[in-house]
Structures are given as structure tokens and as C-alpha cells.
Design a protein around this ligand. Structure first.
Ligand code: ADP
Ligand code: MG
Length: 612
């Protein structure tokens, strides 16, 4: 073992940096909090490559006095904390005095600042924690901090970063929380030059909610506003259709600070019981105010977790207030005045390249989609219902075509199908309501009814998809209000969305009018599936085709008859005919076999009617 030595300030700084700036979003958080502590009413965040290449946070706050510029970069240098008692009543956001020093330790920072009311500004260059240059420089009142090449001198840390798109998403999530927690501040986030979020900062909670989740969501949310046991709870709740599959959209702010709290989540969920399906979670943005002394925000270095001195009391109060809000019903949420509630009709219609065959677009009020309703109705399509009993099945056309490029393990089964197709089929029955038994010519077959139906549905959907019938026209186009970020994504990827079946046009005022959906999606999910596509585009920049095939498989599987379902003889024979006539691959889309065959000769050998 080496001798014990005292670490150099640089090494200490480097270690601290790792804790404070784990990733770009953490650096952005510290910088924006500094801006707000400096009284900024407008904060712009620009990032490139997820923030790994470039972060700039500019504000219109107080600015930093020239005499304090050097100090600002020192560890444990802060203008916000003087005594230990202060720690208990922390009202400002940042207070550890190590953000700037930590960020500077692992990047190349340029700080520009001009004190409010002063004639000119100053510029500081800091590289890897060393101040390289300080000089007067022209700039606007306020502060702009640019962080380049984050972790340039910490290659290990850099390797732990996610893809830029994911780092961007983390910054976007952070900005969501900032917008929701500070409606009085105007935020803008741009990523690689494109605006992701913009909030006007008019001080209204509903404007903030709308900037993040869009007008439609806002209109369906239920306002919460009440006091119990010295706790003030304000915000919005989304139950029923607005509920989500996880808790990521539950936003809690305690005395203005974004917090994660299992305790609060449970308290809200308890209050929302009966209004949210099991397995779903309410959407919410809730602000809690309670005496500073009764919350401990300093329990975690990232200041995310929170502890209450009276956990039970807080939970009970939150549950009660949520329940009250829900029973008071959805008092109409008034949308912010700058956003007209009913968008004006649009101009020219879309001229996107939607590959669609004319016959595929045959919507009606009751069945608004062309081909998909079949996928949604578990009943057999009419073609499978032909009551042909023991009648000869005509040979399928182009039998040899089925042999093109079969998967190796399917060869033997596939080779035998044509023979079955030549002979009349006689249904014997269904064993265990699952396995269809029939004879054809010299062969006895056992088939899996679910696998068969699944294969038939899959083929039909794939065929429709391949023939270009990718979209189903909505009889009544849907107007969908989007969040700022979603709207930006829509504008950017409009053509791509259309090519995938989402034909939509810009409807102005941050909304779109949706005319068609991909074939496989039912109309009830129009809005959510459109938004899911936007999410996927935001995260990855593309819509994966794999997923679409996957969706076809899922749809086929979900809507196919199951093992154990009792089918009529007509339905059983219909399935068999469908498979034999349809010249299908002898496996279900998951790769399981459709049928097993035993020849008369094999049977006779087994029963020793003929010698082996
Ligand atoms: P802390 O915020 O915990 O005090 P930081 O390292 O984040 O520590 O910042 C150090 C000091 O630099 C702050 O206390 C503040 O005085 C000053 N400062 C940092 N950013 C800004 C800003 N955007 N506007 C004005 N002052 C700032
Ligand atoms: Mg700070």
C-alpha cells in the first residue's frame, strides 16, 4: 500500500465533478438553477449532440459582479449559504457551491456576464478547472455559460454516456419539470438548432401544462387546489383516459423543487382509486407547499429524493385533497387566452405520398377503418366460414410458388402440403377444443387451431400492408392539440409520418388534423398512437419497420381464436380450408408448427398391420 497523502485540489475537484455533473442533463440543471437563483425571468438552453458537445444556458438574471468572477469557479464558493442554520431553510435552488467548479473541472467553459445596470460585460475562459483568461467583453445583461466538450478530460465518464438522442431526452425531461415548476419563467430548449420546448412564462400554471402536454390534455385534467394540515396542494390531475402506463409523468414539486417521492405517488394513487384502471397510473403535476423545516431536501446529492418529518400526515393530506378535487368533478379548465380553444379551419389539404390502394380506403361511420376491423373482431372472416364438408378442395394456384425460399426447418412440412391440397378433406373433430383432427387422402392431420388462425390473419394483414394499403382513412378527421415539442417533431417529420400511414396536416395553433392511421391501429387509439409515433421520432429520429411487423404479429395473435375455444364444425373446416387453399407457410408467425401429419402407412406400421 502506498503512503497516505492529501489529495490535490484538482483531484478533489475531479471527484466532486463526477458526483455533481453525472451527465449533460445534470449540468444543465445546475446552470438553469443558478439562472433562476439570479432572478432570471427568461432562460434559454441550447444543446448539441445531447449536450456532450455543447451546452449554453443564457439568462436575463442579475449577472455576476466582476470582483466575484474568479470566486464563482471555486469549490464551495456560494453567495447563497452563510451558516449551518441556513441549510434548514433553503429556499434557493442551488446551495452547495460546487456546480460551476465541478462543471468547469470536466469541460471547457466560457462564461459571459454583465451585471444589471452596468455598462459592459466580462468573459471568463476556464478549461478543466483552470481559469485561462478574463477580459471585458460585450454582452447582454445577465449571464450566458457555454460548456463545450463535456468530459473531454474524463474519457471513462464519457464512455458511460448514452446516445445523444437519449441524452437530449433527459435534458428535455428536465426542462419539462422546470417549465411545470416555474410558470413565471419563460424557458426555451433547443436541441441541435431545433426548438424542443417553449413556455411563455406568463405565470399561469395552465400555460405551463399546455406547453408540456398540449391543450387537449390540459382540457381533460382536473384542477387540484386545497389546504390541509398546513400543507397546500395545487396543480392538475389526469385520470381515466389520461392515465399512463407508468409513473414517469407524475410530477411533484415541493416548495418549488422537483422531487421524486414514492410516498406522494402512492398518496395520489390512493386518492385516485376507482378513477384509474388497475395497472395504470394517474398523470399529475402537483405543487406542495409546506414549512421548510418539515422537509429535508438534502438527503441525496442530486437533490431528488425528499424526506418529510411527518410522512403519514403528508400522505393523508395529499390523498384527501386529491379525493376532494376528483369529487368536485372536472371544473372546466380555461385554456390560456393566447391559445384559441377552437382552431380555425386549415388551408390547402395535404399532398403527402401515402401509398394506398383505392379499395383499401372504404371507411364507414360504424367501421371507420378499412381492413383493421377484422383484426379487431375475433369472428372468422366470411371466407373462412364456407360450410364445405367433405367436398373436394380445389388445388391452390401456383403451388410451386409456395416453395420459394422456405425456412430450412419448414421444408418437410411444406413439401407435403400440396398433396393434402389435392384430396378431399374430412373433418374428424377437435381434440381438447384445441387440436383440429382431419383426414385428407392418405394422411391424418392434427392442427393447432390458434396457430392456424394466427397465420391466416397475419398473412392477410401483411398482404394488405405490402400491397401498399398502409393507411386507413378516418371518416371524421381528428384535430389533435400537441405540446410544443410534439408539434415541432410533427413539422419536421410530416412526410415520414405520412409514409407510415399517419396522414396529418398542420392545423395551426400547435395542433394537427389527422386524416389517416396506419392500417393496424384501431381508430379509438388514433390520438395516442399518433403521439407514440411522435415520441419515437423524437427519441430515435425514425419509425421502425420492425415494430410494424411486430404489431401485425401481435394483432394476429391477439385476435386469433385461442386454444380451448370451442369452434363449430364449419369454423373448423373453414380454418383447415383457409390454410390448405391459402398455400400458407406451415408455421404461425412466431414459428410454431401449424400441423402434424401421420400417413396411413405410418399408422399401419405402428399397429403392425404391415411389417416395418
Ligand atoms: P451555488 O449555486 O451553489 O452557489 P455554483 O457553483 O452553482 O454554486 O455558483 C457559484 C456562484 O456563482 C453562485 O453562488 C452565484 O453567486 C454565481 N452564479 C453562478 N451562476 C450565475 C448566474 N447565472 N447568474 C448570476 N450569478 C451566478
Ligand atoms: Mg448553483
Amino acid at each position: 500500500m502506498d503512503k497516505i497523502i492529501k489529495l490535490s485540489p484538482e483531484v478533489i475537484g475531479h471527484i466532486a465533478a463526477g458526483e455533481v455533473v453525472e451527465r449533460p442533463a445534470a449540468a444543465v440543471k445546475e446552470l438553469v438553477e443558478n439562472s433562476m437563483d439570479a432572478g432570471a425571468t427568461a432562460v434559454t438552453v441550447e444543446i448539441r449532440e445531447g449536450g456532450l458537445d455543447f451546452i449554453r444556458v443564457s439568462d436575463n438574471g442579475s449577472g455576476i459582479p466582476e470582483s466575484e468572477l474568479r470566486m464563482a469557479f471555486e469549490r464551495h464558493a456560494t453567495s447563497k449559504l452563510r451558516t449551518q442554520e441556513d441549510l434548514l431553510r433553503i429556499a434557493t435552488l442551488g446551495f452547495r457551491g460546487e456546480a460551476l467548479s465541478s462543471i468547469a473541472a470536466v469541460s471547457k467553459v466560457t462564461l459571459l456576464s454583465r451585471l444589471r445596470g452596468s455598462e459592459s460585460g466580462m468573459q471568463v475562459q476556464n478549461e478543466g478547472g483552470q481559469i485561462k483568461d478574463i477580459r471585458p467583453a460585450p454582452c447582454a445583461e445577465g449571464t450566458a455559460i457555454t460548456v463545450r466538450e463535456l468530459f473531454f478530460n474524463a474519457p471513462v465518464r464519457r464512455r458511460f454516456m448514452k446516445k445523444p438522442a437519449q441524452e437530449t431526452q433527459l435534458v428535455a425531461d428536465l426542462m419539462e419539470r422546470l417549465i411545470l415548476s416555474h410558470p413565471e419563467v419563460s424557458f426555451r430548449l433547443t436541441a441541435d438548432g431545433k426548438t424542443v420546448y417553449f413556455s411563455p412564462g406568463d405565470g399561469r400554471q395552465e400555460t405551463a401544462v399546455m406547453s408540456v402536454w398540449g391543450l387537449n390534455t390540459l382540457k381533460q385534467m382536473i384542477p387540484v387546489d386545497g389546504t390541509e394540515q398546513g400543507l397546500i396542494l395545487k396543480g392538475y390531475l389526469g385520470v381515466g383516459e389520461l392515465s399512463r402506463g407508468n409513473r414517469s409523468q407524475q410530477q411533484f414539486f415541493i416548495n418549488g423543487r422537483a422531487m421524486k417521492s414514492a410516498l406522494l405517488s402512492q398518496a395520489v394513487e390512493e386518492g385516485c382509486r376507482q378513477r384509474v384502471m388497475i395497472g395504470r397510473f394517474p398523470l399529475c403535476v402537483l405543487h406542495l407547499r409546506l414549512p421548510f423545516e418539515s422537509v429535508d431536501v438534502n438527503v441525496h446529492p442530486n437533490k431528488w429524493e425528499v424526506r418529510f418529518s411527518d410522512e403519514r400526515g403528508v400522505a393523508q393530506a395529499v390523498t384527501n385533497l386529491v379525493r376532494d378535487a376528483l369529487s368536485a368533478g372536472a371544473a372546466e379548465v380555461t385554456p390560456p387566452s393566447f391559445f384559441p380553444p377552437a382552431p380555425t379551419p386549415p388551408g390547402a389539404p395535404l399532398s403527402q405520398v401515402v401509398r394506398r390502394e383505392p379499395q383499401a380506403a372504404a371507411p364507414s361511420e360504424a367501421a371507420p377503418v378499412s381492413d383493421a376491423p377484422r383484426a379487431e373482431t375475433p369472428a372468422f372472416p366470411p371466407s373462412l366460414r364456407s360450410p364445405l364438408w367433405e367436398s373436394p378442395v380445389p388445388a391452390a394456384p401456383d403451388v410451386p410458388e409456395a416453395k420459394e425460399a422456405p425456412a430450412p426447418e419448414q421444408l418437410s412440412a411444406e413439401a407435403q402440403l400440396p398433396e393434402l391440397q389435392q384430396s378431399p378433406v374430412r373433418l374428424i373433430g377437435a381434440a381438447f377444443n384445441t387440436y383440429i383432427l382431419f383426414e385428407s387422402g392418405d394422411t391424418v392431420c392434427l392442427c393447432d387451431q390458434h396457430a392456424m388462425h394466427e397465420r391466416l390473419m397475419f398473412d392477410r394483414l401483411m398482404k394488405a400492408y405490402d400491397s401498399g394499403a398502409i393507411a386507413q382513412t378516418l371518416l371524421i378527421p381528428r384535430v389533435i392539440a400537441l405540446s410544443y415539442r410534439e408539434y415541432g417533431t410533427f413539422l419536421e417529420y410530416q412526410a415520414l409520418l405520412a409514409a407510415a400511414g399517419f396522414e396529418a396536416e398542420d392545423f395551426g395553433d400547435q395542433s394537427v388534423r389527422l386524416h389517416s392511421l396506419p392500417l393496424l391501429l384501431g381508430q379509438p387509439q388514433a390520438e395516442s398512437s399518433f403521439k407514440e409515433a411522435l415520441e419515437e421520432l423524437m427519441a430515435t429520429g425514425s419509425l421502425s419497420d420492425d415494430k410494424r411487423v411486430e404489431k401485425i404479429i401481435t394483432a394476429s395473435c391477439k385476435h386469433a381464436v385461442k386454444g380451448g375455444d370451442r369452434l363449430s364444425n364449419d369454423e373448423l373446416i373453414g380454418l383447415v380450408r383457409g390454410v390448405l387453399e391459402g398455400n400458407v407457410r406451415p408455421t404461425c408467425p412466431h414459428g410454431r408448427p401449424l400441423m402434424m401429419q401421420l400417413t396411413r402407412t405410418e399408422l399401419e406400421k405402428r399397429f403392425q398391420r404391415i411389417p416395418n
